[in-house]
Design a protein around this ligand. Structure first.
Ligand SMILES: [Zn+2]
Length: 290
């Protein structure tokens, strides 16, 4: 598999006691940058969140099952939203996509400052049975630690996580992805400490993704058989859905909006698309309906 392709590699390792996943989300992050005009630190925050959300979605049982993540940390970037489904169709946005912050003392992007450190990470999962909602307190706003805390407190699954997004001087993403090590229930203390030691080697996961790609990283942890799946930035909005929203206003309200503003604009936050309807379009929508 070529580097930079949106892919998740999964394997059961160490005597089938640990589930390992390595994701390359470079293309996904670049798509988000283009759609939303993200600042470098916004790209890092949304990219890390989309990577963890894609991992969560990879466990959904059904292609139509859906999962959403909201991070509300009170930082400069505002809230972060990421959504996906069982077919790994991903999308997401941040409230303040252009907010930028100076780098940290170590030269890295200040994701914690952008996200904020006081607040919550919430996951809503609709997987056919009972919808599940879990919330945990943010730890650092750096996203990886915050998802680790979420897995531990909401799903009772200790999970070692490394996430990273590397942005080049041209504001494009050079490498993005993550490593997840999740011991299966019943795994011993030795396995838990081994996952912690292993994840420590991925402090620069974005550069490792850029240099090696996800498959090599997985095989470097354990030469085991693996599965691979692909994902993309896919939004569910459409001209037809936007038209339905206009019709739901009712003819009278729609016409008064047209009189006031000259057009009705329906905006999709997830992919930053505007659907515009002028007077003639709105007339046509209501005459087709009648
Ligand atoms: Zn959309």
């Amino acid at each position: 598999m070529q580097k930079g392709a949106n892919s998740i590699y999964k394997s059961l390792i160490w005597g089938e006691q640990v589930s390992l996943a390595v994701l390359d989300t470079t293309a996904l992050v670049n798509e988000a940058i283009v759609r939303h005009g993200l600042s470098p630190v916004a790209a890092a925050a949304l990219g890390r969140t989309l990577t963890a959300t894609a991992y969560l979605c990879s466990w959904l049982k059904d292609e139509k099952s859906a999962l959403s993540v909201t991070i509300n940390g009170g930082g400069a970037g505002g809230k972060i939203f990421a959504v996906g489904d069982g077919a790994l169709r991903m999308r997401g946005f941040v409230e303040n996509p252009h907010a930028d912050l100076p780098p940290r003392a170590d030269g890295k992007l200040d994701v914690g400052g952008f996200v904020g450190r006081k607040g919550t990470l919430s996951v809503v999962r609709d997987d056919g049975d009972m919808p599940f909602a879990g919330t945990s307190e943010l730890v650092s706003g750096e996203i990886a630690e915050d998802f680790s805390a979420y897995f531990l407190t909401s799903e009772q699954r200790p999970t070692a996580i490394a996430l990273g997004v590397k942005i080049g001087t041209d504001s494009r993403c050079l490498g993005a992805g993550g490593v997840f090590l999740q011991p299966l229930p019943g795994a011993g203390e030795d396995i838990l400490s081994r996952t912690e030691k292993t994840i420590a080697a991925f402090a620069n996961i974005s550069s490792q993704i850029e240099d090696m790609g996800a498959e090599k990283i997985l095989l470097g942890i354990e030469k085991a058989s693996y599965s691979v799946r692909h994902f993309g930035f896919v939004c569910h909005c459409s001209e037809a859905r936007a038209a339905a929203a206009v019709i739901s206003l009712g003819r009278e309200d729609a016409m008064s909006l047209i009189a006031e503003r000259g057009e009705i604009s329906v905006h999709c936050d997830y992919c930053n698309t505007d659907y515009r309807f002028g007077a003639a379009d709105v007339e046509k929508l209501f005459s087709e309906k009648a």
